[in-house]
Design a protein around this ligand. Structure first.
Ligand SMILES: [Zn+2]
Length: 91
């Protein structure tokens, strides 16, 4: 029984490492190709976790509230955080 848990644990770690490697190989390609966006890349970009600069929560870009403040885009977990940020950084 104990051995079974060990095997499952190893499989999870292995799949995680493989995913990390896969991403490592892909990201330089994206930089070379520049702004060309095929479906997979776009999806990956949307799944990216972004830190909310107000409450420091990590939110997937897909569901984040994106606001432009001072010509820069910021991602927030909620509209409240976006409003707080804009109040703290008046133009
Ligand atoms: Zn927040």
């Amino acid at each position: 029984m104990y051995r079974l848990f060990l095997i499952i644990f190893l499989l999870i770690v292995l799949s995680f490492l493989l995913r990390q490697m896969f991403r490592g190989f892909r990201s330089p390609n994206r930089d070379i190709r520049g702004k060309s966006t095929d479906g997979a890349d776009r999806q990956e970009e949307l799944d990216e976790m972004i830190e909310d600069p107000v409450c420091h929560t990590f939110v997937p870009k897909r569901i984040a509230v994106i606001e432009e403040v001072g010509g820069r885009e910021y991602c927030f977990c909620s509209k409240e955080c976006a409003v707080t940020f804009q109040r703290e950084h008046p133009l």
